[in-house]
Design a protein around this ligand. Structure first.
Ligand SMILES: CC(C)(COP(=O)(O)OP(=O)(O)OC[C@H]1O[C@@H](n2cnc3c(N)ncnc32)[C@H](O)[C@@H]1OP(=O)(O)O)[C@@H](O)C(=O)NCCC(=O)NCCS
Length: 144
């Protein structure tokens, strides 16, 4: 099986949403994962947002971002039929490489505690686990 990792284009929006559904990754089609929100993010940081393509379809995604201080890996998902073949590992490596080009030297990911595959993946990829940090968040307007 040959897998190509490359930047996402907005034409792939529907295929990406379909992948997230297959992968069981929660998303907010009316909010930050809407077509317009993703298009805006692509305009700002499309060079950090990758898809994996195999057998003519989108089978994985990883969206990177950074604020100049720290990089983030978001929206990491792989089609259940293509798991345990190193696709997430390749996607994370691509985001890390792109962030490195931007001068970013630290990258982080938020993982929900019971998500064992994801926890194991980030441990395997050399990410340091911090259990002494509590995540705070606030919605600045109603979630739609
Ligand atoms: C987490 C996820 C992206 C992993 O994708 P993947 O392509 O299967 O991962 P890889 O094949 O690159 O795995 C690399 C390493 O991570 C670890 N790993 C990944 N999935 C694992 C699992 N289910 N159980 C144990 N270890 C796992 C292994 O060490 C693996 O290396 P190995 O196969 O040589 O043992 C995938 O399971 C997924 O899409 N899950 C649903 C969406 C999700 O939870 N996303 C993350 C949000 S933070």
């Amino acid at each position: 099986m040959s897998v190509q990792i490359r930047p996402m284009t907005i034409r792939e929006y529907d295929a990406v949403i379909a992948l997230w559904q297959r992968a069981g990754l929660p998303f907010e089609p009316e909010g930050r994962d809407s077509f317009h929100a993703v298009a805006r993010q692509l305009q700002a940081s499309g060079h950090l947002m990758f898809v994996a393509e195999a057998d003519g379809q989108i089978v994985g995604t990883a969206f990177g971002s950074h604020d100049g201080r720290k990089g983030w890996i978001n929206r990491l998902a792989v089609d259940p039929r293509y798991r345990r073949r190193g696709i997430a590992k390749q996607l994370v490596a691509k985001v890390e490489e792109a962030l490195t080009h931007e001068g970013i030297i630290i990258v982080a990911a938020l993982v929900e505690a019971p998500n064992e595959p994801s926890l194991k993946l980030f441990r395997k990829l050399g990410y340091e686990e911090r259990r002494d940090i509590i995540y705070f968040r606030k919605f600045l307007r109603d979630r739609r």
